[in-house]
Design a protein around this ligand. Structure first.
Ligand code: ADP
Ligand code: MG
Length: 276
């Protein structure tokens, strides 16, 4: 990997946590990967393998001990500690590069705001103050994630889990990020709803050109939305390659065990989504 054509390049990321008892735990150990513009990468591995730590380092929520993250060849420097200000120019620019969607949308959505207000708020924060342009953009985002007019005026508690996650995706897309990171974003949803969201993400990638980094413990989920995958174990990448190849002919014994634990590898989200 040369790094010259990559949109997102991650090089030798390391992160060690200090445990409450005083010990040290290496959560991420020398992790490297690249994502091309408009591409899709799966980060898979069992619980505790370091996936979320990598995802949080990508968006700047966790500071790496060492290693680099570059976007279009420019390093994403961590913000100096103590100078974190919501709305600072640097912070907003960084946010427009990489956005993240978490497992539980209900926790991350403001319960007081309707879907439409939520999206308007993001646009305002990013300096898009023209009212009619914002209204058009909000309508476009809602359509893009398959939410209708009744959902536009609904607050999160009246939306289903799938609808909440659609709103969280719309909110992440509002600033036109180059990369969308999804950390176990469908893990809490029923299989048929998972399938709908996966189909939606693939469609959004085609339409907007946003690159996806799809983090999941579930290989059955990753296989349909990613072209390339890395398999993590104990903080390290133990296998990498085209997702198809990783699934069909894994070389690492850990990947084989992980595959054996997936009950529905053969599923088809298109069929599952229609069979509701
Ligand atoms: P995954 O997302 O693959 O489940 P994580 O990145 O959440 O993995 O966690 C990797 C390891 O780091 C785990 O052993 C976890 O317990 C530990 N860990 C994660 N966050 C912290 C933290 N803030 N402090 C201490 N240990 C942590
Ligand atoms: Mg995790």
């Amino acid at each position: 990997m040369t790094g010259t054509s990559a949109l997102l390049a991650v090089n030798s990321l390391c992160k060690t946590y200090t445990l409450p008892g005083g010990g040290r735990l290496t959560a991420v150990d020398d992790v490297s990967f690249e994502v091309p513009r408009g591409g899709s990468l799966g980060i898979v591995g069992e619980s505790g393998s370091g996936k979320t730590t990598v995802a949080r380092m990508l968006v700047g929520l966790v500071r790496p001990d060492s290693g680099t993250i570059t976007m279009d060849g420019a390093p994403r420097h961590p913000e100096p500690a103590g100078r974190r200000r919501t709305g600072s120019a640097v912070r907003l620019r960084r946010a427009r590069e990489i956005q993240i969607v978490f497992q539980d949308p209900y926790v991350s959505l403001d319960p007081r705001l309707t879907a439409s207000q939520c999206l308007h708020g993001v646009l305002r924060l990013h300096g898009r103050h023209d009212k009619s342009a914002a209204a058009r953009r909000v309508a476009e985002l809602l359509t893009q994630v398959g939410l209708g007019e009744s959902e536009a005026d609904a607050r999160p508690h009246t939306l289903s889990g799938g609808q909440q996650q659609r709103l969280a995706i719309a909110r992440a897309l509002a600033v036109d990020p180059a990369v969308l990171v999804l950390d176990e974003a469908v893990a809490a949803l029923d299989v048929s709803i998972q399938a709908q969201i996966l189909t939606l993400l693939e469609q959004i990638r085609r339409e907007t050109g946003v690159a996806l980094v799809f983090v999941s413990h579930d290989l059955a989920v990753v296989q349909h939305v990613t072209e390339e995958s890395v398999v993590m174990r104990n903080g390290r990448v133990v296998e990498r390659g085209p997702t198809r190849q990783v699934l069909d002919s894994p070389t690492d014994p850990y990947t084989r065990r992980l595959l054996a634990s997936v009950p529905r590898l053969g599923w088809d989200p298109g069929v599952a989504a229609r069979s509701r």
